[in-house]
Structure formats: structure tokens, C-alpha cells
Design a protein around this ligand. Structure first.
Ligand SMILES: [Zn+2]
Length: 143
């Protein structure tokens, strides 16, 4: 009997490993290709970020991928000086919620943007990023 292969691509995401097994592992393949992706329900059009493999509204899994492209609007942000275990070496960093209209994306702001220059309402785009330890994530940068 063939050994069952474990789909653990999410191990490559973030500073600390996420839950390794999920139905949205393609997210990682897209990040490796430089794309930040969410999912969209083919039945009702609901969009999800982080990507989900099931639609809350339809209770169905008829989903397709879409790219988080273009600029969203910075809704709120906060500089973290203390972080959870595993994030100590990244501190300080700024987390943000960016509004893309149909969905919102939560993530970090690139250290290329000085904290003093951040303003609610400014445009930001999500970009895939490789951390110094080789792990993948995404950051918000200026469009
Ligand atoms: Zn749906």
C-alpha cells in the first residue's frame, strides 16, 4: 500500500508554522509565484481572505482563486513592540487591516514604509515576501 503523502505546504508560511494541513495549500504555491490570493465562491460571489475552501453562505465548496491585486485602503494599523513566541526577532513591526471593498486583508506593513508616514485611508497593496529564514508571508507596500 502506498504511503499517504501529507500536504504540508503551509509549513512554509509565516514566521511560525501555521497548521500544516489545510485545503487552501495552493495559497503557498501562489505566494512562491509572487501572488497573494483569496478565494471566491462561484455560486454567490462571496470573497474570502484568508482563503477558505468552503462558502459560509452557500455551505458549499465551489470556490475559485482570485488575486489580491491593486491598492486597498488602510483602515487601521498598530505597531507591535511585543509579539507572540517566535516573532521576537521581527519586532517591532506594524500590523494593518486594509479594505479592498468586497473583502479586507489583515497583515504586516513592510518595514520600507516609515511608521510616521502611515495614514488611515492611504493606498496599500499586498505583496508576497520571503522572510530572512526562508519562510513566506505577504506584506503591505506602497502601490
Ligand atoms: Zn457562496
Amino acid at each position: 500500500m502506498a504511503k499517504k503523502e501529507v500536504d504540508d505546504r503551509f509549513k512554509k508560511f509565516g514566521t511560525v508554522s501555521f497548521t500544516a494541513i489545510t485545503k487552501t495549500n495552493d495559497f503557498i504555491d501562489y505566494l512562491e509565484k509572487g501572488k497573494v490570493m483569496g478565494t471566491k465562491c462561484k455560486d454567490c460571489g462571496a470573497v474570502y481572505f484568508p482563503p477558505r475552501s468552503d462558502c459560509f453562505k452557500c455551505l458549499d465548496s465551489n470556490m475559485e482563486w482570485f488575486e489580491v491585486s491593486g491598492a486597498g485602503k488602510l483602515l487601521s494599523f498598530s505597531e507591535l513592540k511585543y509579539g507572540p513566541v517566535g516573532f521576537e526577532n521581527d519586532l517591532p513591526y506594524t500590523i494593518a487591516l486594509v479594505d479592498y471593498g468586497d473583502y479586507k486583508v489583515f497583515g504586516r506593513i513592510s518595514k520600507d514604509i516609515p511608521y510616521e508616514e502611515l495614514k488611515v485611508g492611504m493606498g496599500l497593496k499586498a505583496e508576497s515576501n520571503t522572510l530572512p529564514n526562508g519562510q513566506l508571508n505577504y506584506v503591505f507596500t506602497t502601490p
